[in-house]
Design a protein around this ligand. Structure first.
Ligand code: F0G
Length: 457
């Protein structure tokens, strides 16, 4: 049998609300052409993010009822700590409310003015937390990782020669840690190879620099290693995951992705003294060390979710369904970042709207067209998110790519939902010359994509 099925059946359903094109046009206008401002109830298929949007399993819900809400030393905490140690082999486990809380603590300890922190690509919260500490965030992804059409199997890899050069230039004492984001979200959800992780570890060892993973999507990355890396196909994902973490001195994780939960995070550390200092910061803003800002029931759901995500039938279905979406779009002539990564398909909006210039915000314009035509919500990763106005010249500065990310929530949508998305985008493409550019009417200074208001040009 070649058909890869959803390895679960559905026990509880959440109705979707259908709207008419006229209603959607009015909703879009009321939201100032910014899908972040559309109420979720008015969205039919929500591909805004894969973060915190997973469907939990019956076992996770059972755990929610079992949750021990004791302030200190709850049973749920010990269960969670045991699972994280088992999966990663890292000895110090700190619970946090989500990924960025782990990042804030890590960078408060290791960052600071004058420091330089390399990554393949910092995710936006990672970069923001790094810079908030006063450190500089540097992206060192391989060149293929910046070319949408390159079919390199590990476009999330770090350029090790560039890392060596950077350390030589600034001096190892100014590099407090090196990070790798697995999979590389800002770079198209692309995986990092085990070989690259080993090589980066080797550089860190030679210079005495700690090495951390941003491991939100560690299971998807490990499965892509199993599929794509020579010599890895015979290993279990759990074994590959163990090796990944064995190469690191610690990790920040948002459990809202591969943890298969709606809220939660983790900070993992190998060094006892660093972990003790991190625990002090944890208590300051997150909560006591055995709950870190979460309810006992959240720890139960995480403990179960982190186990379930290593099920290879699940991962096979997960990776296959993302690739299926990408292949369907390619059949309609849509250009995407290839090969499909772990959690999302990234559409090349500059090509899709080749009658528009970056000043017309082609990604945002495409988002609006998808919502208007079919009630689909996605996110722009282009000039709205990363563009800025040069203070000296007053001119707009644009990022290298104009992308629209279709992020696939875990265990939420079926194949027919994806067929609908493919068909809808095909129809939008057939009439793409009609997509109108946008201009910004109102925007805050930072993170403008969340709240900016637009008008049609
Ligand atoms: N690191 C990566 C690689 C991420 O993708 C995210 C979140 C974070 C850190 C921060 O985690 O949200 O729990 O604080 N990514 C979400 C997304 C928001 O839509 O890609 P968080």
């Amino acid at each position: 049998m070649n058909t890869i099925i959803e390895p679960f059946r559905i026990k509880m359903v959440e109705p979707l609300r259908l709207t008419t094109p006229a209603e959607r046009d009015a909703i879009l206008r009321a939201a100032h052409f910014n899908p972040f401002l559309i109420p979720a109830d008015d969205v039919l298929i929500d591909l805004l993010t894969d973060s915190g949007t997973s469907a939990m399993s019956a076992e996770q819900w059972a755990g929610m009822l079992r949750g021990d809400e004791s302030y200190a030393g709850a049973k749920s905490w010990f269960r969670f700590e045991t699972v994280m140690k088992e999966i990663t082999g890292l000895p110090h486990v700190l619970p946090t409310h989500q990924g960025r809380a782990s990042e804030r603590i890590l960078f408060e300890l290791l960052g600071g003015p004058g420091k330089v922190i390399p990554n393949n690509n910092h995710f936006d919260t990672t970069r923001a937390n790094c810079e908030h500490s006063g450190a500089a965030a540097v992206d060192l992804v391989i060149d293929e990782g910046k070319q949408p059409q390159s079919r390199h199997p590990f476009k999330g890899n770090m350029d090790v020669a560039k890392l060596e050069r950077l350390i030589d230039e600034v001096g190892a004492d100014r590099v407090p840690l090196v990070m790798l984001t697995v999979t590389n979200n800002s770079g198209g959800g692309q995986p990092v190879s085990l070989e690259n992780v080993r090589a980066v570890r080797g550089v860190c060892d030679r210079h005495g620099i700690p090495f951390f993973l941003d491991a939100c999507r560690f299971a998807e990355n490990a499965y892509l290693i199993k599929l794509r890396e020579p010599g890895q196909s015979g290993r279990s994902v759990a074994d590959i995951v163990k090796e990944l973490f064995s190469l690191a001195d610690g990790a920040t994780i948002s459990a809202k992705k591969d943890g298969l939960v709606n809220i939660g995070g983790v900070l993992l550390m190998r060094d006892e003294h660093l972990a003790a200092r991190a625990n002090n910061l944890l208590i300051l803003t997150e909560g006591f060390v055995t709950y870190g800002g979460l309810a006992g029931r959240d720890l139960e759901a995480m403990a179960q979710g982190f186990r379930e995500v290593l099920d290879e039938h699940y991962l096979e279905y997960r990776l296959r369904s993302v690739a299926y979406l990408g292949e369907g779009l390619i059949r309609h002539g849509v250009r995407i970042v290839e090969p499909p990564g772990g959690h999302a398909i990234y559409v090349d909006a500059a090509e899709f709207c080749d009658h528009l210039t970056p000043d017309d915000f082609p990604g945002q314009a495409l988002l609006c067209a998808l919502y208007r035509h079919a009630g689909i919500r996605a996110v722009e990763i282009g000039s709205v998110m990363f563009g800025r106005i040069d203070k000296a010249t007053g001119k707009a500065v644009h990022p290298p790519m104009q992308l629209v990310r279709l992020a696939v929530p875990r265990r939420v949508y079926t194949q027919s939902h994806m067929d609908y998305v493919i068909e809808a985008i095909g129809e939008v493409r057939a009439n793409r010359q009609a997509i109108r550019g946008l201009r910004i009417v109102e925007a805050p200074e930072v993170l403008r994509h969340f709240t900016a208001k637009f008008a049609e040009a």
